[in-house]
Design a protein. Sequence first.
Length: 110
Amino acid sequence: MDSVGTESRWVEVGMVEDVPRQGARVVATPRGDVAVFRTLDDAVFALDDRCPHKGGPLSQGTVHGHAVTCPLHNWVIDFKTGEACAPDEGCVTRIPVRVQDGRILLAMVA
């Protein structure tokens, strides 16, 4: 069970090397598209592929540090929190990620 009382299962969605450094790949899931990001330091994060501002495709944004800049209106979204950086306000859903033996696994609600 996760923190909200629902059960999650881990689903393999690819290998770390499938995602370019400072880039993203889109994974289609039953809950909608998820953007899987890889940072320059090889950290992997996953967010819903919709900016909280106007729904822009975050997977097409610019990855820098541990954040992504939306390609539509330059909102910056922090990977660790899903929050828009000030002065913007909003939040995108974060998807828990595990990396095991170079494989990327996402937590999907069962």
